[in-house]
Design a binder for this molecule. Structure first.
Ligand code: ADP
Length: 252
C-alpha cells in the first residue's frame, strides 16, 4: 500500500516563477527516500506542498495510511534550523508536541526518551544552553515524538561540522529503525543521501521534476565514510557526471 503519491503537474508562484513541472513519485510505508537536486530546484517548495503548508498547485498529493482504527496520517517536519522555543526547557519543548493526555501520563518518561538521543540530564536546560548539535538532537527527537507516518526533513544537518552531522545521522537511523516512518529527506549532499536512504530521487533544475530514481541496497546503519557509500557515490557520478547539476547525460 502506497503511503504518499505525489503528482505535481505545475507549481507556479504568484510572481510567475514555475518551481515544479510534471514531478511525480510514490513512497511506501517505512521507506527512507532522499531527494537530491541543485539549489533552487524546488525541493523546499515540494516539501511545503506535501506538508500542506502551501496548497496552491496544479496536481494531486495523496496521503494514505492503513491504520486501525482509521485515522489521518501524521506528518512531522524537521527544518534546516532546530526551531526550538528559546523560553522553554528541553522537556517543555518536547511536551509541546504531545497530546495533553500523553503529557500527563507518558508511555515512557521523557527523561528516558532523552537518553535515546544522548541527551540524558538535559531536560531542564534551555535551548540557549545547548550546542548546535544538541539542539538538533532535541529537534530530531521532537519530530519522532509525535509518531509520524511521514517525516519531512529539509537539509536538517546543514551547517553542522562533519563529526556532529555524522553523529546525528546515526541517531536518525536509530530512531527511524525503531519506528519506521516514511522519510523524505532533502539534501544537496549525495554522500549523505547514500548513507541514509533506501532510494534516491534526483531532481532537475527549475522547474523541478524527477530525472532519476535509484535504489540504495546497502545495509543500515551506514556512514558517509563507508567504502560501499563512497563506491556508489563514485559510480553514480561516473555514469552521470552532470547529475548533481540536475542533468542526465546519456552516454551512447
Ligand atoms: P530549493 O529548496 O531546491 O533550493 P526552493 O523550493 O526554495 O528551491 O525554490 C524553487 C524556486 O522557487 C526558486 O527559483 C525560488 O526562487 C522560487 N521561490 C521559492 N519560494 C518562492 C516564493 N514564495 N515566491 C516566489 N518564488 C519562490
Amino acid at each position: 500500500m502506497t503511503l504518499l503519491k505525489v503528482d505535481v503537474r505545475r507549481k507556479v508562484y504568484a510572481n510567475g516563477c514555475c518551481a515544479i513541472e510534471n514531478l511525480a513519485f510514490s513512497a511506501q510505508p517505512g521507506e527512507f527516500v532522499a531527494m537530491v537536486g541543485p539549489s533552487g530546484a524546488g525541493k523546499t517548495t515540494l516539501l511545503n506542498l506535501i506538508a500542506g503548508l502551501d496548497r496552491q498547485l496544479e496536481g494531486d498529493i495523496l496521503l494514505h495510511c492503513d491504520k486501525s482504527p482509521p485515522s489521518e496520517p501524521k506528518i512531522s517536519f524537521m527544518f534546516q534550523e532546530p526551531r526550538l522555543m528559546p523560553w522553554l526547557t528541553v522537556q517543555q519543548n518536547l511536551e509541546l508536541v504531545l497530546p495533553p493526555t500523553l503529557r500527563a501520563n507518558p508511555v515512557k518518561p521523557l527523561k528516558d526518551t532523552l537518553a535515546v538521543v544522548g541527551l540524558e540530564g538535559c531536560d531542564r536546560l534551555f535551548p540557549g544552553q545547548l550546542s548546535g548539535g544538541m539542539q538538533r538532537r532535541v529537534a530530531l527527537l521532537r519530530a519522532f515524538l509525535v509518531g509520524p507516518d511521514l517525516l519531512l526533513m529539509d537539509e536538517p544537518f546543514q551547517s553542522l561540522d562533519a563529526p556532529t552531522a555524522q553523529q546525528l545521522r546515526m541517531v536518525l537511523q536509530d530512531l527511524w529503525q525503531r519506528t519506521r516512518p516514511t522519510v523524505l529527506f532533502v539534501t544537496h549532499s549525495l554522500r549523505e543521501a547514500i548513507s541514509l536512504a533506501d532510494r534516491i530521487l534526483f531532481l532537475s533544475g527549475q522547474p523541478s521534476r524527477v530525472i532519476l530514481d535509484v535504489p540504495v541496497k546497502l545495509q543500515h546503519p551506514r556512514t558517509v565514510e563507508d567504502e560501499s557509500v563512497q563506491n556508489m557515490h563514485a559510480s553514480l557520478l561516473d555514469q552521470y557526471p552532470q547529475l548533481l547539476g540536475g542533468q542526465i547525460n546519456y552516454e551512447s
